[in-house]
Design a protein around this ligand. Structure first.
Ligand code: NAI
Length: 673
């Protein structure tokens, strides 16, 4: 291969002797570092190593960003530890060669730069980035159950020092430009028009590349390292267990043992990633990543070009949906009959924007796009309307009759209903085929899933537009049938109800919650019920109870009657102080942990099977995706149905039968098994 017939890279030498390497991976929406991209880069490096250029700049020709990371798809096709090791060593060698080039190098980062992209940029002397909220840098490998493998552990430590580098790798968090500049990951943050001249400036004046200060470097010395490593382990342990997520612990060991020696760090980094890559956790987390990509691919953004979103109902959900849409760049009018709701919406939105955007200028420009609209004048300009008023058939249908004549032709109309059949609501339109459900989850800014709900009569084209819009607002769309509870709430409800039944039997709530957390859930079911709101839980429980025969425990009704509605009321199953539950210390409690866990998890799985049988979503993977992204179901288990296959169908059915004998027919094996 020569540099004359490149598929993915473009070589351009300018009049000042600088080579610009443009990356534009053929046939992909984003740049990924695949084997093909590496092969070409190897040829390019060969040419560069024997040339007399003055400097090198890496730049992306994709408007979507710089480099999204390694090609995860290729990674999944490797069948052994040895193959993985070989691939990692190849990547490491390439980064080493960039690092060793005899002239200065710079990465010009536009938009996201993740994983392998950040590792490549760290092999350069300088990094400059486009001043844009979409520009993010990070080393998110930990989220795939591994850690950086292309020299990223060694070089992030070299450039940033142990505190910032380990924090970035252990959390896997993407940093915005300000944060990245603060820790020294980026040298300059610039508007588009200054990027090229800044690259020239750096390559021609060659200032000393960024290195951490002496004090920070001292933290990397062996005795200090031991202390810090212990602290990091404790911090990680307070969030996740080693049995469920080994990678962060392995990364801390790697650093503690080898950080003093860059060469040894590199060779151990490669081995360690190869070892992690064959763990079940890594396999499942990569599966979750691929599921996420499948959800993303379900929405074809080019189908619609929305500019103006109109949200009706500025309550808990509508208010947050409006704020989210404004944050994603849309002009948003938000309508409510209550000025109090509108004021509360703006107040919550300001808090969200401040958290996410940091600078006054950005916050102000988003605030300007979010417009309270008491009279509903925005409806006639809107490309997308999202209705989120009270959960009441009459109220919703009356509203639809009101707005239908005012709608722009072709406007997409959606409802956030969580329990009413779309076909019933759609009767409020003279054209019932035009309504789709857009079911967000609470809290909107945190849960990535949106269920796209269709009824019998919803037109295909409308569903596709709803899928597309969900991608425009950077959420993950999942197409679901409009049966009661759709997918996520229906699967979650038996699990929550079982937890409440267990609590009524006298099993301590902290034990129930801990059982779920031990399984890998982000929060126990009792605390989750309190967080959702027991009134909402009861309402949805009763609707689903009627539809599927779920038994709603009397205790839940009692709690609601007493006004103990959960976190929002300061009192639910737990008492709350500053929004945090006060957890009583457990008395020693004799229990069969496995049975407790099975009671909770098997009800969830049994319902997941029922949804699959009824075709609520297309296939088992979509059930798993919905439950993971809609509820936070233990990602390292790869989803409820994937977990089921791992434990064995027969064994699980037998467990269900045992539970049925002891506790009754709510554990009856579903026909879909
Ligand atoms: P909410 O009670 O907090 O807010 C409803 C808002 O709608 C109130 O501010 C009210 O003033 C306004 N409203 C009522 N009728 C109106 C009308 N005709 N015109 C303009 N504004 C009107 O309710 P929440 O919890 O936000 O729920 C809204 C919808 O979202 C419901 O359909 C609910 O089922 C659904 N949902 C709720 C979730 C939750 O966790 N609360 C989760 C997902 C969906």
């Amino acid at each position: 291969m020569s540099i004359d017939n490149l598929q993915h890279w473009r070589w351009r030498e300018d009049e000042r002797g600088i080579v610009w390497l443009h990356l534009d991976v053929a046939g992909e929406r984003v740049n990924v570092l695949s084997t093909a991209v590496f092969s070409e880069l190897e040829s390019i490096l060969e040419t560069l190593e024997s040339s007399s250029v003055k400097g090198l700049a890496f730049i992306s020709d994709k408007s979507s960003g710089f480099i999204a990371g390694a090609d995860v798809k290729e990674f999944t096709q490797l069948s052994s530890r040895e193959q993985t090791l070989a691939m990692i060593k190849r990547g490491q060698t390439i980064m080493d060669r960039i690092d060793a080039l005899p002239f200065p190098t710079v990465a010009v980062i536009n938009g996201f730069c993740m994983g392998g992209g950040t590792e490549l940029s760290l092999a350069c002397d300088y990094r400059i980035a486009l001043d844009d909220p979409k520009t993010r840098m990070g080393l998110p490998e930990i989220k795939l159950g591994i850690h950086p493998g292309y020299g990223g552990t060694m070089r992030s430590l070299r450039v940033l020092g142990p505190i910032a580098a380990m924090d970035m790798m252990l959390t896997g968090r993407g940093l915005d430009v300000y944060r990245a500049r603060k820790i020294g990951l980026i040298d300059y943050v610039l508007p588009q028009r200054h990027l090229v001249s800044a690259a020239h400036h750096l390559l021609e004046t060659t200032p000393r590349p960024h290195r951490p200060g002496r004090l920070i470097r001292l933290l990397g010395l062996r005795p200090v390292r031991r202390l810090l490593a212990r602290k990091m382990r404790n911090q990680v342990a307070s969030k996740i267990s080693k049995a469920h997520y080994p990678a962060p612990y392995t990364l801390i060991d790697l650093w503690e043992q080898h950080a003093g020696n860059e060469r040894r760090m590199l060779s151990q980094e490669a081995r360690s990633v190869a070892d992690l890559s064959i763990t079940e956790t890594a396999g499942n987390l990569i599966r979750v990543f691929m599921l996420q990509n499948r959800l993303k691919a379900a929405g074809d953004k080019s189908l619609i070009e929305p500019r103006h979103v109109h949200v009706i109902g500025a309550g808990l959900m509508g208010g947050d949906i409006a704020a989210w849409c404004a944050l994603q760049g849309f002009r948003v009018t938000v309508q409510d009959t209550s000025t109090r709701s509108l004021a509360a919406t703006i107040e919550r939105a300001a808090r969200l924007f401040t958290r996410r955007l940091k600078t006054e200028r950005r916050i102000k420009s988003v605030m300007d796009r979010l417009i309270p609209d008491e009279k509903g004048s925005g409806v006639k300009h809107a490309d997308v309307v999202i209705e989120a008023i009270f959960e009441d058939i009459e109220a919703k249908q009356t509203l639809y009759r009101n707005i239908e004549p005012k709608l722009k032709p072709g406007a997409l109309v959606t409802t956030n209903t969580s329990s009413i059949a779309i076909d019933i609501l759609a009767q409020g339109f003279s054209d019932p085929g035009r309504l789709a459900g857009l079911h967000f989850f609470n809290p909107v800014a945190q849960l990535p899933l949106v269920e796209i709900v269709h009824g019998e009569h919803t037109r295909e084209e409308i569903i596709n537009q709803a899928l597309a819009f969900t991608r425009h607002i950077d959420k993950l769309p999942l197409k679901v049938k409009g049966s009661p509870g759709f997918l996520v709430n229906r699967i979650l409800m038996p699990y929550l109800l079982e937890a409440i039944i267990m609590e009524s039997e006298g099993i301590p709530k902290t034990v129930i919650d801990q059982t779920s957390i031990d399984f890998g859930m982000p929060m126990g079911p009792i605390e989750l019920a309190d967080t959702v709101g027991l009134d909402i839980g009861l309402h949805v429980g009763e609707i689903l109870g009627r539809a599927y025969g779920f038994q709603v425990p009397a205790k839940l009704k009692d709690m609601v009657n007493k006004g103990h509605l959960g976190r929002k009321a300061g009192q639910g199953f737990y008492q709350y102080q500053n929004g945090k539950p006060i957890k009583p210390k457990n008395k020693p409690y004799e229990l069969d942990r496995e049975e407790l866990q099975d009671r909770l998890i098997l009800r969830l799985i049994n319902e997941a099977i029922a949804c699959l049988r009824e075709g609520v979503v297309d296939d088992a993977d979509m059930v798993d995706a919905g439950v993971i992204f809609g509820t936070g179901f233990a990602p390292f288990r790869g989803g409820p149905l994937h977990y089921l296959e791992g434990r064995g169908r027969q064994a699980m059915q037998q467990s269900l039968k045992r539970l049925q004998d002891r506790f009754g027919d709510r554990f009856a094996v579903d026909g879909g098994w």
